[in-house]
Design a protein around this ligand. Sequence first.
Ligand code: ADP
Length: 571
Amino acid sequence: MVSRPENMRPAIVGSMIVGLVEGCALAALLPTVTALAEDGPVWGLGLAGWLWILGILAVLSFGLNYLSERTNYAVALDFLRSLHRLVGDQVAKQPLGWFARPIAGALSRMVSSELMSAGEIFAHMFGPLVSRSTAAFVIIVAAWFWDPALGAILTVAVPVFVFITLASTALLRRGRAIHEPPEVTLANRIVEYAQCQGAIRSCDRSDDYRPLSQALDEARAAKTKGLWLESVGMLLSGMVTQGVVVVLITVTGTLAVDGALEPIPAMAFIGLALRFTSTLSAITSSAMALESRRPLLDGLDDVLTATPLPEPGAPATLTAPGAVELENVTFTYPGKPAPALQNVSMTVPAGSMVALVGPSGGGKTTVARVISRFYDVDSGRVLVGGVPVTEQTTEQLMGQLSMVFQDVYLFDDTLEANVRVGRADATDEEVREAADLAGVREIAERLPEGWGTQVGEGGRGLSGGERQRVAIARALLKKAPIVLLDEATSALDIENESNIIAAVERLREQATVIIIAHRLATIAGADKIVAIDADGRVEAQGTHEELLAVDGTYARFWHRLESAQGWQLTN
Ligand code: ADP
């Protein structure tokens, strides 16, 4: 999944050395206590000698622990850095359609708080797990060496521990699997409740919003059930530590009473066994903490293994710059049963303006999306500049397109900087000229600090129509050969409308324009109209006059639009 940080190996070796020294220090207790009790040398070394060894091991263990912690933190930081870079690279490579998936919504939480806790795995869990396991191993070996009966007792304790640990982590996981999904649903309902306050209040439903109260009940029930399982898991792991201690003390005491063990070494062994069990339970808690991070790593895996759309290494040679063509395109959104576009064919010659018209939900925006390669189509081909989009690099394709969609996002920067996004190296005059054409000057004049006014996150300080004007100014400035424009009538007031008409006229002079059209004047003025029906099929295409002449859906659509907009005007 993630490449291993460079200093991973030294960190693991460091943790093992720490464990080794700690294990030796604990094991040295046995000969030290025996030397004290018998008042004679053990293995040729007197009490003073053993005390020296204990002291040296203690100091060494302290120093090494410090160094190992530092290495573990370095690994954690390294891991975080490379993960951030990897996630960034992956996200940048994804097609724009990927961001409509739920995973993209969780991305910001993942990159900020969740990755930090992934870093903790290395800082606080992985190193201790390695060092304690090593220490436990050293203690067992020392016990066997000292007295095979004692070695056997400790050895038997290990599988019991492992088994109980596995059982209790399984219970914890089961518990989490029960309460986490309803909690996620609840969080979504709360967001929905906050975001839809306008609609909810207008229906007088703010006191009793059924989806929220239902999600609350479900989350509460699931939490209770999940907590039961989790508590049993915790209890089991706590009980087993105490149980093993009791068994060790009982067995050692019995051996001492029977005369199989000397009383003093038996007591030293009980001390050692106590440390051994606390080491084992520390291993258990590290393992459980690691387990609790598993969903997080799985989530990261989803991002890191998302496959970007394939693209060539080098840009292709464009054979028809400015032209767009769809050849028999069928496209289904991921997870949707029915296709959004069916056998759509249309040609947009360079420099022309094509209006896409049709009922809401028919697939007009989807046409713009497949041209921008938000998604790859199921069948057929999409050609931009004469070359299939699949044979172009993302940079090449995006370089040819300007997109002015309904959901315009402005950066939390000044008005001027937001226009300049269109082309970073544009001169001040060019920026002003584009802004003038799109009617952004009027916005600047109205705002307290003119061009230097901060527009707020996403452009909150501006109305929908104003944001769209800024987007059009960007497109004018970018001078991309092809402009995809969604003429959002809902966002337009009279002032906006006249500005946008003028800007679209200018865009027509410098680029091919594919416009999702709602206004009569735009539709009638287009070089070609492509009428898309409710099922995502091209129903007819041609000029306004041609389409009116065949008395089909387009004619009916036109007359309905005419009476609606006409009514607005005379009113
Ligand atoms: P139009 O622009 O003509 O109103 P769209 O292209 O937005 O229509 O939508 C065409 C169809 O595709 C609709 O049925 C819509 O529900 C569906 N659709 C649009 N966007 C998505 C999406 N991101 N994921 C799944 N389905 C979508």
